[in-house]
Design a protein around this ligand. Structure first.
Ligand SMILES: Nc1ncnc2c1ncn2[C@@H]1O[C@H](COP(=O)(O)OP(=O)(O)OP(=O)(O)O)[C@@H](O)[C@H]1O
Ligand SMILES: [Mg+2]
Length: 342
């Protein structure tokens, strides 16, 4: 990916493993990406490929044990910090570190995958958003926090926000709850917003509204967004760049247009041919055959090799292909493009 001064977060060769009684789960197995100011990186991949674990690691939310960052760097760039020219190595800071607390609470907002479990059922939505505001702004009194809550809920499109703040989470529809979650994530005025499957349980109309909301907020605030989804069609609506994950690795990444119009990796091609098209002739959908291997018992070679219909060499089963820039700004891990097998 093109690295420039707008990079706010950098993840380099990150590996996160879970050491369980059944064996080592290599949940994230060497991923690299950047987040840029005002841009959205879409992360897509099937269930269990390591999307949420990657997101949680940025906030140091990996339960340890059994989880551990075993390799790599997560670097936060902040020109307002003097230390090392504003570079903070998130994974090296201990949990009580002042900088990590500052980054975690004031610079990065997260919308978790499960909106219902993110809100406590016993408190009103208004109370919970106000609490979050007070954590980030200790100079505010309760009345000011209340005003800011109404303002934030209005901003995320909750009608009659001044009345709805007295509702409990179960009184909100799924879409409204998701909007309230976004409001909570925005309470710290973050530079980075991580949205983990923010539209998965919503119907298509509400999904479109939430995506539009994220775009509007980004245009207004210039945040970097990491948008996680298992649905490439959803991500392609709003992302600037897309990273396609499979079994803990990024198999392909590029600007969204290149991924959709000219996918290079057989896995991405499979994902695209399994998306129904709205225009043109009706085509038969081609789901990817086979199932994702158990992450405890990973294939020796390319993680996708056991399901790949375009294997080019024995190497596919023996070695993990390196990530290469196959075309300008278009990266993939696949021996099809490797000189070793030509
Ligand atoms: N606390 C844990 N202990 C052991 N394994 C874990 C733990 N948390 C996650 N994993 C494993 O790590 C892998 C990646 O999980 P992750 O939640 O990141 O997947 P995901 O891509 O977000 O999937 P989904 O689309 O279903 O949300 C999975 O194999 C999962 O079982
Ligand atoms: Mg997940």
């Amino acid at each position: 990916m093109s690295k420039n001064s707008d990079v706010v977060l950098e993840v380099n060769n990150l590996k996160i493993h879970f050491f369980t009684d059944e064996g080592t789960v290599k949940a994230v197995n060497g991923i690299d990406f950047y987040l840029e100011k005002g841009k959205t990186l879409g992360i897509i991949g099937e269930s269990g490929c390591g999307k949420s674990v990657s997101a949680h690691s940025i906030l140091r939310l990996i339960p340890s044990p059994p989880g551990k960052i075993v390799n790599g760097e997560i670097i936060y760039h902040d020109s307002s910090l003097n230390k090392d020219n504003g570079v903070v190595h998130i994974e090296q800071l201990n949990k009580k570190g002042k900088e990590i607390r500052n980054i975690r609470t004031n610079k990065i907002g997260i919308v978790f995958q499960e909106p219902m479990s993110s809100f406590c059922p016993h408190y009103t939505i208004g109370h919970q958003v106000a609490e979050a505001i007070l954590i980030h702004n200790d100079e505010l009194n309760k009345e000011q926090a209340h005003e800011k809550t109404v303002e934030l809920l209005k901003q995320v499109g909750i009608p009659k926000a001044a009345d709805r703040i007295n509702d409990y989470p179960h009184q909100f529809s799924g879409g409204m709850r998701q909007r309230a979650m976004i409001a909570m994530a925005l309470s710290c005025d973050p530079e980075i917003l991580i949205a983990d499957e923010p539209t998965t349980s919503l119907d298509v109309t509400v999904e479109a509204q939430i995506l539009e909301l994220l775009e509007d907020i980004q245009a207004e605030r210039g945040m970097a967004i990491m948008l996680i989804s298992h649905n490439l069609a959803v991500v392609s609506e709003v992302a600037d760049w897309v990273a396609v994950m499979y079994l803990g690795k990024v198999m392909e990444k590029a600007p969204v247009g290149k991924i959709i119009n000219n996918p290079l990796h057989p896995y991405t091609k499979g994902l695209i041919s399994s998306i129904p098209k709205l225009e043109g002739e009706l085509e038969e959908l081609q789901p990817i055959k086979g199932i994702v291997p158990n992450p405890i018992d990973m294939p020796l070679g390319c993680p996708f090799a056991p399901r790949c219909e375009r294997k080019v060499s024995d190497l596919c089963d023996k070695e993990v292909p390196a990530e290469i820039e196959i075309k300008p700004q278009h990266y993939a891990r696949c021996f099809i493009y490797s000189e070793e097998v030509e």
